[in-house]
Design a protein. Structure first.
Ligand code: G
Ligand code: G
Ligand code: MN
Ligand code: NA
Length: 252
């Protein structure tokens, strides 16, 4: 309850900042975009990672104003990139609680308009629970996509991936959960699952991103399994946007 009050206060006082983790092409190391990740910088407690406060923010719905602040912050940065002639794509994590909020799609569209951000520059990372059709979630996703904003399914393969929902896949990108990447070098089942996800994505015309790559050997294996794009500590931890944009030196 104390932490809840602190969280509320911090949203008002904007005691948060964003880090950006690079996404790259596995063969050349070329930057394809960045994923924004929020951090809470509490005046007394210091920097608190998202896994320590996002669940509370969701339970209390504080994620709604916080999520709007995050989106605004990303669009401010994107506007600066556009003005500088850069084309860096920004991915933003969106909680299912935010998605369910009345007016979410309008909020997103208004913010990108306010900062003159081309919709193609923005990707929303949703978890599988956002694709289960409750209260018009599918319609919201389709509306965002029809405006040109792309949608990724985050942590793909570990959530509610029933085959009946996979049949529809109203998304642009599948982000393979790091659980399959972690043991890809020694676990043949992880290899088979990744291959299956790549095949599914090719058939459905979706992009695939492998998450949690920590070793060059994993990157090579993923490439051989058909993945072309990845993200992970091997390429770069979440960092300042300036540093993320410098990431170009790795390739497998
Ligand atoms: O940044 P880190 O690697 O510690 O993220 C931990 C978890 O918090 C991940 O599940 C990530 O998706 C989530 N997370 C990080 N930033 C955001 C954000 O801006 N919004 C939401 N909804 N979740 C986030
Ligand atoms: O749920 P989501 O995929 O948005 O979460 C991203 C989380 O994964 C963040 O907490 C980020 O810091 C973390 N992460 C990113 N790359 C790696 C990695 O290579 N290894 C590990 N262990 N975590 C990673
Ligand atoms: Mn994510
Ligand atoms: Na993930």
């Amino acid at each position: 309850i104390l932490l809840e009050n602190e969280l509320r206060k911090s949203v008002q006082q904007q005691h948060f900042y964003l880090e950006y983790q690079p996404k790259v092409l596995l063969d050349t190391g070329e930057l394809t975009g960045v994923e924004a990740l929020v951090r809470w910088n509490h005046p007394d407690l210091g920097v608190i990672p998202p896994n320590k406060f996002i669940p509370l923010a969701e339970e209390t719905k504080i994620i709604v104003p916080l999520g709007e602040w995050i989106l605004r912050e990303v669009c401010k940065r994107a506007e600066i990139e556009v003005a500088a002639g850069e084309t860096c794509r920004f991915a933003v994590n969106v909680s299912t609680v935010q998605m369910k909020e009345e007016g979410f799609v309008d909020t997103v569209l208004n913010i990108i308009k306010e900062y003159h951000v081309p919709p193609q520059m923005l990707e929303l990372e949703l978890t599988e629970s956002s694709f289960i059709d409750t209260e018009g979630m599918k319609e919201s996703i389709q509306r965002l996509r029809s405006e040109g904003i792309t949608v990724a399914i985050d942590d793909f393969g570990t959530g509610y991936s029933t085959f009946s929902y996979i049949k529809e896949l109203p998304a642009d990108t599948l982000k393979i959960d790091m659980a399959f990447v972690r043991d890809v070098l020694e676990n043949e089942n992880s290899q088979a699952i990744i291959k299956a996800i790549v095949t599914l994505a090719e058939t459905a015309g979706l992009n695939v991103v492998a998450e949690g790559i920590e070793l060059p050997e994993q990157a090579k294996m993923l490439y051989n399994l058909g993945c072309r794009e990845g993200q992970g500590y091997y390429y770069g931890r979440p960092m300042s946007l300036e540093n993320a944009k410098e990431i170009r030196e790795y390739g497998s």
